[in-house]
Every structure is written in structure tokens, then in C-alpha cells.
Design a protein around this ligand. Structure first.
Ligand code: NAP
Length: 315
């Protein structure tokens, strides 16, 4: 049987949220352990360049920023484990967490499990993922050198990733279901001025033609109802994210969309359990806000542990 490892602060997730929490908990000499989950560095690590994290006037690579976060947390004693938590038990303290490679008991837990891309749920999308359908331009853009790609979405992600794809692709066509965009003005301007960037508006993708590789999509104009075929070598989908919180269903209070409910101290309803970053944030979803929430959760966990210690010293 695997031994259970006891820690004062266990952090689930190693994106900006988890690694910032680790930095703060490590500097409070709590020797936090971070379980990375599936993606070291989180979603930020899949981003080519991050231009809005302060301190990097020229921008910083997403993966590079993740490495810097990790190095800084480790310098103060945080331990990063390449492991995925699969089960939690909040019925008694210390809390129990089962992961793929071991079991933990934790005095406090910081949930920084982030979010995953939303799927269109159209025929052919699932079957053609990895054969031309992608959710990550930084990961897959290189495969589309001198090829035509379609990007779906009207938010910052669609524009930012679409602009990144212009490095490789011969053309990038952004398909959006209405005429207005959510993306920030600066990204919209860059895309509109880019010679490789095109737009198809009021339109949805209804099907990905199946075959060896993506060759064409079915489109539908939502105003006229007109259907058409569009030839493309790739389909990149950026239509938002869902929080990775399934493990906590029925154990922590959540919104309808699955975001863990927290108060302004990152506290969930369970004492000593905090949630931060995109697992708990339906609103801001920025590297800086996630990092800030991670730090706040760790500060609160530190205070909680101090209070518990003072209580047990009083007997
Ligand atoms: P988002 O802002 O929620 O935008 C999602 C887009 O996808 C919307 O335009 C939405 O259309 C469209 N959409 C949603 N479901 C769809 C469906 N089933 N079919 C077709 N289109 C669909 O998501 P995001 O772009 O991933 O950004 C998430 C958050 O991260 C935002 O707060 C954003 O500011 C932030 N972010 C920031 C940066 C940056 O600052 N550099 C970069 C990336 C992301 P409607 O507009 O019609 O709803």
C-alpha cells in the first residue's frame, strides 16, 4: 500500500494560480507541495507570448513565465510533483487527497485546477481532433505552414491565437456567430489590419468533414440560414473554457457553470480549503488576476494554520 504523505499546504494545479500560491506558502515556511495535474504552467504555458503580465515590457513566453514561477517557488522550498489528483475527502481533517502516484493528507488545500477549452460539439469535431482540429495554436500552429486555417470565436483567445497563426498559415479566417466581438480593441485592430486575416460573421461551423485530415467545413449563416462549404486545412476552436472542478462536485458549493464559489478571502465553505484562479473565477481569467488569487489563498491558508496552532497551544 502507498504511504500517505502529510503536508501543511497541498496545492492542486501548477499554473500561475498554483505556483503563486506555492511561492507565498513557501515563503511562509510551510513547505507546500504542488501537484501539477495535466499541464505544468497551466493554460498560460500554451500561450506564445504574454504581453499583459507586468514586469515584462517586451512580453514573455507563456512556457517561460511558468518556468520562472516554478523556479521562484522552489527557491523557497516548494515541491512540485508531476501528479494528478483524482479524489478528495473533506469529511475529516487532515483532508485526504488521492493522486495517480500517491496519497496525501493535508492541513489546508488550495484548488488551482484551472479550466479546459469548450468544444463546439459538432459532428466530426471529436473525430478530427489532432487531424486538423485543435484548441491550441501554440501547440499545433507549426503544422499549418502555408495552409489555410479557420478560427472560431470572437473573444481575446480567438484573436490572439488567430494572430499567432498568421506566422505559419497562408490565411486565417475567423468565423464568428455575430457581428460584435468581445476581444479587446487592440487585438481587433491588429487582426483587421493584418493582410492574412479574414472574417466570416454571423456564421457558425456546423460540421467538420471527416477523412484523413481536415479539408472542409460546413458553415451556416445564422441570419439568412444559408449553408455553405468552406475549404480549410485546419479548424482552431477558441470559444471559452470550463473549470476543472468535477472532482469537487457535491463537496464544495459551485455555480451552475461549475465555478467553485469563494468569498473575498478565497475561502470555500470548507474550513482550510481555498479555491483560486479559473477554477473559481468566471470573470477575469487573466494571468495576473489568477496569480493574485493564488497568493491571496496562500496568505489565508497561512493565517488559518496559525490560528489552528494558537488554538492547540491554548489546549
Ligand atoms: P470568451 O471571452 O468567453 O469568448 C468566447 C467567444 O466564443 C465569444 O465570442 C463567444 O461568442 C464565442 N462562442 C462561445 N460559444 C460558442 C459556440 N458554441 N459557437 C460559436 N461561438 C461561441 O473566451 P476567451 O476568448 O477564451 O477568453 C476568456 C477570458 O480570458 C476573457 O476574460 C479574456 O479577456 C481572457 N483572455 C485574455 C487574453 C489577453 O488579455 N491577452 C488572452 C486570452 C484570453 P459571443 O461573443 O457571441 O458570446
Amino acid at each position: 500500500m502507498t504511504e500517505t504523505r502529510h503536508v501543511k499546504v497541498l496545492i492542486l494545479g501548477a499554473g500561475p494560480t498554483g505556483l503563486s500560491a506555492a511561492l507565498y506558502a513557501a515563503r511562509a515556511e510551510l513547505a507546500p507541495v504542488v501537484l501539477t495535474g495535466m499541464q505544468l504552467g497551466g493554460q498560460a504555458a500554451l500561450t506564445d507570448v504574454i504581453e499583459n503580465y507586468p514586469g515584462f515590457p517586451e512580453g514573455v513566453g507563456g512556457a517561460q513565465l511558468g518556468e520562472l514561477f516554478q523556479k521562484q517557488a522552489e527557491r523557497f522550498g516548494a515541491k512540485v510533483e508531476y501528479d494528478l489528483a483524482t479524489e478528495v475527502d473533506f469529511s475529516q481533517r487532515p483532508y485526504k487527497v488521492v493522486a495517480d502516484n500517491g496519497a496525501y493528507s493535508a492541513d489546508t488545500l488550495i484548488i488551482a485546477t484551472g479550466a479546459d477549452p469548450v468544444h463546439l460539439n459538432i459532428p466530426g469535431e471529436y473525430e478530427m481532433t489532432g487531424r486538423g482540429v485543435s484548441y491550441c495554436a501554440t501547440c499545433d500552429g507549426w503544422f499549418f505552414k502555408d495552409k489555410k486555417v479557420v478560427v472560431v470565436g470572437g473573444g481575446d483567445s480567438a484573436f490572439e491565437e488567430g494572430l499567432f497563426l498568421t506566422r505559419y498559415a497562408s490565411s486565417v479566417t475567423l468565423v464568428h456567430r455575430r457581428e460584435e466581438f468581445r476581444a479587446s480593441a487592440i487585438l481587433q485592430k491588429r487582426a483587421q489590419e493584418h493582410p492574412k486575416f479574414n472574417f466570416i460573421l454571423n456564421t457558425v461551423v456546423t460540421e467538420v468533414e471527416q477523412g484523413e485530415k481536415v479539408t472542409s467545413l460546413k458553415l451556416k449563416n445564422v441570419v439568412s440560414g444559408e449553408e455553405s462549404q468552406f475549404e480549410t486545412d485546419g479548424l482552431f476552436i477558441f470559444i471559452g473554457h470550463t473549470p476543472n472542478t468535477q472532482m469537487f462536485k457535491g463537496k464544495l458549493a459551485m455555480s451552475e457553470l461549475g465555478y467553485i464559489k469563494v468569498n473575498d478571502k478565497m475561502e470555500t465553505g470548507v474550513a482550510g480549503v481555498y479555491a483560486a484562479g479559473e477554477a473559481a473565477d468566471p470573470t477575469f481569467k487573466q494571468v495576473i488576476t489568477s496569480a493574485g488569487m493564488g497568493a491571496a489563498a496562500a496568505i489565508q491558508a497561512t493565517r488559518h494554520l496559525e490560528a489552528l496552532e494558537a488554538e492547540s497551544a491554548r489546549g
